[in-house]
Design a protein around this ligand. Structure first.
Ligand code: NAP
Length: 316
């Protein structure tokens, strides 16, 4: 870590990627995340790079904090009301990662429907000795029905991509979006209808008390036996035990998860043994270009907060 005693001091869940550190170091002295209960002095800012928990107790131990800047859009690990109650703005990076995250959602959808990762394992393994037209039949993607739970920034980008696959697109939000419906040709349905009618259900809601456990045993039972669940939102939106049971009993066709609860899953977890699970290690926004833009915006938010200016993107 560079040592700049004259600069404002910031805590971050290190190690930070070199491109992030390079942008931060002209402005702040970066300190490691404090150990439980400790209270380093003169901390002016908090930078959350992974998903470290920021709650009222931490903020009380760091009374000089003027801004919290998050690398990413989801802020479920930050107690935003606690920050607001103390007059501390919370910055995030919406918008710049929609395309990359929607690309990954489509990649997972395609991979699960067409058994890509299972096929990859088979093609590399000792059992693949001759082609058989009867093996590894997947499910059609073009012309099928997609249900998007949470048609926000990322969800809308998923819809744009799905149109290229000639999919019928359903969505559910708390608030209906007539302009988006006209623009994207998507149809508003109830959550229950979305589950019952979709061949692919994609989750792009934020994690909130309302969306925690949104997909449990009851919701999985409403899905078609031929349907696939794709989660690029946050792990706790899906009940892991219920999903494990539904997949192992083939009550739904498949699942594709970029996020899990817990994350990572313990090695040897039953979900990881299932062939009808496709899984990635939280790669939604993980492209070099997107991560650079996220770094730039998060540092811009940080500097604005330190100098008392409005953040470019503040969580409301
Ligand atoms: P956004 O623009 O705020 O969209 C969220 C959508 O979810 C909105 O349309 C919202 O509509 C809907 N929604 C919220 N609560 C709901 C509820 N209880 N029931 C039904 N719909 C609800 O957010 P975004 O930028 O697209 O990001 C969404 C989330 O994706 C983030 O919060 C983050 O957790 C996750 N994410 C994951 C990755 C990854 O690496 N896998 C990357 C980026 C983001 P209403 O308000 O009308 O309900």
């Amino acid at each position: 870590m560079a040592n700049h005693p004259a600069q404002p001091r910031l805590i971050a869940d290190t190690p930070l990627a070199p491109n992030v550190l390079k942008l931060l170091e002209p402005h702040v002295e970066v300190l490691d995340w404090p150990t439980a209960g400790s209270a380093p002095e003169n901390i002016a800012a908090i930078y959350t790079y992974g998903h470290p928990r920021v709650d009222g107790a931490l903020l009380d131990r760091l009374p000089g904090v003027r801004v919290i800047s998050n690398f990413g859009v989801g802020v479920d690990h930050i107690d935003v009301p606690a920050a607001m109650a103390r007059g501390i703005p919370v910055g995030n990076t919406p918008g710049v990662l929609d395309g990359a995250t929607a690309d990954l959602a489509m990649a997972l959808l395609l991979a699960a429907g067409r058994r890509l990762t299972e096929g990859d394992r088979y093609a590399r393994g000792p059992k693949f000795l001759h082609y058989d037209p009867g093996y590894m039949l997947g499910r059609e993607i073009h012309g099928s029905t997609l249900g998007i739970m949470g048609l926000g920034r990322i969800g809308q980008q998923v819809a744009r991509r799905a149109r290229g696959f000639n999919m019928t697109i359903l969505y559910h939000n708390r608030r209906r979006q007539p302009e988006v419906e006209a623009d994207l040709g998507v149809r508003y349905v109830s959550f229950a209808e979305l589950l019952a009618q979709s061949d692919y259900v994609v989750l792009t809601v934020p994690l909130t008390p309302e969306t925690q456990g949104l997909i449990g045993r009851e919701q999985l039972a409403l899905m078609k036996r031929t349907a696939t669940l794709i989660n690029v939102a946050r792990g706790p939106v899906v009940d892991t035990a219920a999903l494990t049971a539904a997949l192992s009993e083939r009550r739904i066709y498949a699942a594709a998860l970029d996020v899990t609860d817990p994350e990572p899953l313990p090695r040897g977890h039953p979900l990881l043994q299932l062939d009808n699970l496709t899984i990635t290690p939280h790669l939604g926004s993980a492209t070099e270009e997107t991560r650079q833009r996220m770094a730039e915006i998060s540092v811009e938010n940080l500097v604005a907060g330190l100098t008392g200016r409005p953040l470019r993107h503040a969580v409301q």
